[in-house]
Design a protein around this ligand. Structure first.
Ligand code: FMN
Length: 184
């Protein structure tokens, strides 16, 4: 059983990444394998909308998008997490979302049984952003958990956000229950 987390924040020590780490730590404590992919650390270019996408054997963009999408589609559980930028997901997450169109154009299924969606705003927009993230998982037969919250000040220490941390761990606990039950 493996959970793959895809992070859309460029700030490695920011709130989004910290909450991903908290959730993954909880999953590991339940014996579940995890992998975290921070999109900003890789090259995932925006979709080029090839009209013949469905007939292409592979995406024409030779970047990291393909292998990340493969891990996303094959995972038993996924976590998608994004900061809120202008009331929406980050550009990194949007590029990944658009690139997932290749999977759907090729009838490739999503394997995961559960998904945890995290959106963190400074002050507002997290609920709307988590709704956007849902678009990336709606084709899966998965139970979906959401966490939308506010970090407050830009320089806040993520470790002090006890309520958000609890919510992230709680989300992971519920995901672990689903994955453990599916594996027994
Ligand atoms: C380009 C940009 C746009 C932002 N837009 C919003 C916004 O629309 N609403 C909001 O509440 N916070 C906004 N913020 C603040 C971030 O959502 C907030 O700092 C959040 O904690 C970022 O996540 P991180 O800590 O993982 O980097 C924006 C920040 C940046 C850099």
């Amino acid at each position: 059983m493996k959970v793959v987390a895809i992070g859309g924040s460029p700030r490695l020590h920011g709130n989004t990444n910290y909450l991903i780490d908290q959730a993954l730590g909880e999953l590991v404590s339940h014996g579940i394998d995890t992998e975290k992919i921070v999109l900003n650390e890789y090259k995932v270019g925006p979709c080029q909308a090839h009209e013949n996408c469905a007939s292409l054997t592979e995406c024409q963009q030779k970047d990291d998008g393909q292998w990340i999408l493969e891990k996303f589609s094959q995972a038993d559980g996924v976590i998608l997490a994004s900061p809120v930028y202008f009331g929406a997901i980050s550009a990194q997450m949007k590029a990944f979302m658009d690139r997932s169109f290749f999977l759907f154009r090729h009838g490739m299924g999503l394997n995961f049984k559960c998904a945890g969606l995290i959106a963190i705003a400074g002050r507002r927009g997290a609920d709307e952003t988590v709704e956007e993230l849902k678009k990336l998982v709606r084709r899966a037969e998965a139970e979906v958990f959401t966490l939308s919250g506010n970090s407050g000040a830009p320089d806040v220490d993520p470790k002090t956000q006890t309520e958000l941390i609890e919510q992230a761990k709680d989300m992971a606990k519920k995901m672990a229950e689903i994955l453990t039950a599916a594996n027994s």
